[in-house]
Design a protein around this ligand. Structure first.
Ligand code: ADP
Length: 455
């Protein structure tokens, strides 16, 4: 990258040098021809003055040859255009010159000029013509040096100039590329330590880049911190869950083990054996419930692996009446009226089994936390399910936590009614996988209303 910056800078430098040389030569050539034109005009004036003063005995024509040289051609034309003197050739042999542009102009206006290409001389020739007092026209001409000729003399200087420009551009290229690349390199080296990234020596042009990199770097650090915090939190939650789960499993196991030991050691009176067996049965059921709930939660934690189909069309009414049916025995034992109301045609997209489990937990709680004689109402609506009871209610300060795993407001009541502390955690999880929102309204002694709204 550094190399390519250098090469492009050198390339631009060389190109600039070539252009500079070309334009210098062009300007040089123009200046030279302008100079030559000025010279020729002045010489023409001089020759004209001299011509007027020339000794007529020799004839003015003969004296004109004194002015002519290899570089200065002199022609004299009479009124009719006939060449009476020509420094480069024999005048007599020359054709009529009246129609040469500069001569014609001189006849008409007194003086004339023309620049044209001469095939004979293979060069551009500049002509200046003046009408003389005797009516003749004096014409001076000089060959313009070609670009090549004018440049050839200055070639060594131009080569030196070219070499100097290239050398300077190479130096600048190295300096610039270092100045460009250094801060970026420094930045890359100190990427993990924003405090080491200073603004010193940073080019204004690359400052936005440095700023962006710095910003992204900070964001990256923040994301890493957040992720590690999240990871820590997840690990902490998992540890908590494991500790809670083992504790929850230990309690019924200790009871079971205790009762079994009493029976085994003949320490239970025969009439107590049945009672103990009943207790063992109850605790074993608790264990089963906890194991089931833990399994449900772990399945929900890894939804990808268990491949839950969330695209079933679920009719909410039969789902709710199925739940109520299954729990009718529990409700009946407490003389609690469970009613079903709402839209019999309500449907949602989701997983039937999970939604059944969710509503089952809600209705089960409503029955368990309602005093005998109370009522539970299940309201089925398009895109929502509501379970409302006239139960004991949940204190406001406990409301934010009841969806946590193993969280209970009243431990003994939960356990006495066969609760695992996982029911609402499962409800929350199932709502989440269905992108549904849970809302809770509860007042002590009045009752609880939980709504799951699907989007
Ligand atoms: P549990 O198995 O203990 O019922 P849940 O996760 O289902 O566990 O509920 C958590 C706690 O929320 C319960 O222990 C109970 O204190 C409270 N709770 C849940 N539903 C109701 C309700 N309908 N009325 C009153 N309290 C409730």
């Amino acid at each position: 990258m550094k190399n390519s910056i250098r090469f492009s800078l050198i390339y631009v430098g060389v190109l600039a040098a070539l252009f500079a040389v070309y334009f210098t030569a062009q300007v040089f050539e123009n200046e030279m021809s302008e100079q030559l034109k000025r010279d020729l005009r002045e010489t023409a004036n001089l020759v004209e003055v001299a011509y007027g003063k020339m000794d007529s005995s020799d004839g003015p024509v003969a004296s004109l040859s004194d002015f002519a040289s290899e570089n200065l051609r002199i022609t004299l034309v009479d009124k009719d255009g006939k060449v009476i003197y020509e420094s480069d050739a024999e005048a007599a042999k020359m054709e009529n010159h009246r129609n040469r542009p500069e001569i014609l102009e001189a006849f008409n206006k007194g003086s004339g000029e023309n620049l044209r290409y001469s095939v004979t001389l293979n060069a551009k020739v500049f002509y200046v013509a003046e009408r003389l007092s005797d009516g003749n026209v004096l014409r001076l001409s000089r060959r313009l040096a070609s670009l090549h000729e004018s440049v050839s003399k200055t070639t060594p200087y131009l080569i030196a100039l070219l070499a100097a420009i290239v050398a300077v551009s190479i130096l600048i290229a190295f300096g610039l590329s270092r100045a460009f690349v250094r801060p970026v390199q420094k930045l890359a080296e100190n990427l993990g330590q924003p405090e080491l990234m200073d603004d010193e020596g940073i080019y204004k042009e690359i400052a936005p880049l440095v700023k962006t990199i710095r910003k992204q770097n900070r964001e990256l650090q923040l994301t890493i911190e957040l992720l590690s915090e999240e990871k820590k939190k997840t690990a902490q939650m998992r540890d908590e869950f494991t500790a809670n789960a083992s504790h929850e499993l230990k309690t019924p196991l200790t009871s079971i083990s205790g009762y079994a030991e009493l029976i085994e050691n003949d320490m239970a009176k025969p009439e107590d054996v049945k009672l103990f067996a009943g207790k063992i049965h109850k605790e074993a059921n608790r264990l089963l419930s906890i194991a089931n709930d833990i399994m449900t939660l772990s399945k929900l934690d890894a939804p990808g692996e268990s491949a839950i189909d969330l695209n079933e069309t679920v009719d909410l009414w039969p789902l709710a009446s199925g739940c109520i049916e299954e729990l009718s025995l529990n409700a009946g034992k407490k003389n609690i009226q469970v009613s079903l109301e709402g839209d019999a045609a309500a449907q949602v997209q989701g997983n039937y089994k999970l939604l059944f489990e969710m509503l089952y937990n809600l209705v089960d709680n409503a029955i368990r936390y309602t005093e005998p004689g109370g009522t539970v109402k299940v309201l089925v609506q398009e895109k929502s399910l509501t379970v409302k009871d006239t139960g004991i209610g949940i204190p406001e300060e406990n409301q934010p936590r009841i969806f946590e795993r193993f969280y209970r407001v009243d431990k003994s009541r939960s356990k006495a009614t066969g609760g695992t502390g996982l029911g609402l955690a499962i409800v929350k999880h199932i709502a989440e996988v269905h992108h549904a929102e849970i809302s809770l309204q509860s007042a002590i002694g009045v009752g609880t209303e939980i709504t799951v709204a699907f989007c």
